[in-house]
Each structure stands twice: as C-alpha cells, then as structure tokens.
Design a protein around this ligand. Structure first.
Ligand SMILES: O=C(O)COP(=O)(O)O
Length: 219
C-alpha cells in the first residue's frame, strides 16, 4: 500500500532560522533598531511571515500601523537571500529519496510564502521530490486551518493513506483538525515538550523516517 506524504518545511526539512532572523534583523536595521538574537526570533516562527513580523514588532514595541509595509520589507529582504545559510537537516535528501522510491508521492505544506519556499527547494536540490508545493500565501487560508493541508494532499491525487510530517504545535494542530496521522520531528522549532504536542510518532533522525512511515500502514 502507498501513502501520500506531506511535509512541513521550516524546522522539518530545513533549518532556516539564520536566514529568517537575518531578514527580520535587516528590516529592524532599516528602522534604526538593534538586531534580535536568533533564539528570540525562533520563537516567532510557525504562523507565516506576516505573523512573524507582527511578533517582532510587538517585541520591539513598534507602531502596528506599519505592519503591512514592514511585512513587505521583510519579505523583500528574505526573498533576496532565502537560501544563504538554510540547509536540510542531516539525512533529509536520503529519506525523501527512499520514500519516493517506495512509490509514495510527496507534497509540501508550509506557512512560508510560496516563492521563497520554492527557491529554497531548488537551491537545496529538493524540488524534484515534490509533486505539490502549497505556501503560506498560496491560498486564502494557512495552517493551522486544515484546508491548507488538505489542498496539498488533494494536489497529489487520491491515495488510501495520508501522513503529515512536521515539527511544530501549528503542524500538530493542523494534522489533528484534518484528521491525518502526524509524525513529529523533534529537533525543529517546537516550543513545548514533545509529550505535550499531539502526535502519532516522533523521530529525531531522518534515517528513521522511511521505516516510521512504513510502520504507519501496519499499525
Ligand atoms: O513561515 C513560517 O512561519 C513557518 O513555516 P513552516 O510552515 O514551513 O514551518
């Protein structure tokens, strides 16, 4: 039996924090403000770029009337260097290859805007694996709205089993609301302990993922 597998991007397939933080900090520098530590910005990732900028602005006590403009500025900075330091987690490419060779179609459902998401996939040679890429600005909705995830699965066609692989509370909530089994990568950008995030299985090494996916069919 095969399954359609949809992956989250940030904190799941790639460690993108350095480039996200650089874009936010360039926006702050344009405003004459000091940069924030990466670890602070890490806590702001997960609900898409507009939300990240809102969280940065709140943190820095900035005037929210400028949110739209500063979101555009951050997106421009980000798009200019989205893959400068972003790298796949160890074993990601091999895991995608194994899953694809097993005949399973792969999709991506990310809250990152679609253009930089596609750019990152291309730059890291991951794009050929994905039959569908749905970004945070591809639809009127985004995670945790289950329609965002369903759209990624639907774009892959009809398959008897659907599995979502992600790293965050947002991903877990999305999977739950879409009624799809959730595999939690524990080394990403989650804010809570693994035990407090609803999941079917968890893994911390991509070498374990192909077998974990297979075990979902026989469980
Ligand atoms: O852009 C974000 O906030 C997070 O993106 P993700 O959905 O790939 O984790």
């Amino acid at each position: 039996m095969t399954a359609a597998i949809v992956f989250d991007l940030d904190g799941t397939l790639v460690d993108s924090l350095a480039d996200i933080a650089a874009a936010a900090n360039r926006m702050l520098a344009d405003q004459g403000l000091a940069p924030l530590p990466e670890e602070t910005i890490r806590g702001f990732v997960g609900n898409g770029l507009p939300k990240l900028v809102e969280r940065v602005m709140n943190h820095c006590d900035m005037d929210m009337n400028r949110h739209g403009k500063l979101t555009q500025a951050t997106l421009r900075h980000y798009t200019a260097a989205a893959s400068a330091r972003t790298r796949p987690y160890p074993g990601v490419q091999e895991a995608l290859e194994a899953v694809r060779q097993a005949g399973m179609p792969l999709g991506l459902c990310t809250n990152k805007p679609e253009a930089p998401a596609r750019h990152i996939l291309q730059a890291l040679n991951l794009e050929p694996y994905f039959g569908a890429v749905i970004g945070g600005d591809s639809l009127p909705v985004r995670k945790p709205d289950p329609e965002h995830l369903r759209a990624a699965f639907d774009a892959l066609g009809q398959h008897p089993v659907r599995i979502f692989v992600g790293d965050s509370e947002v991903d877990a909530e999305t999977a739950q609301r879409a009624n799809v089994p959730f595999l939690l990568f524990s080394r990403g950008y989650r804010k809570s302990p693994v035990a407090r995030i609803p999941h079917h299985s968890t893994f911390d090494d991509f070498r374990d993922l192909p077998q974990l996916i297979r075990s979902q069919f026989t469980a």
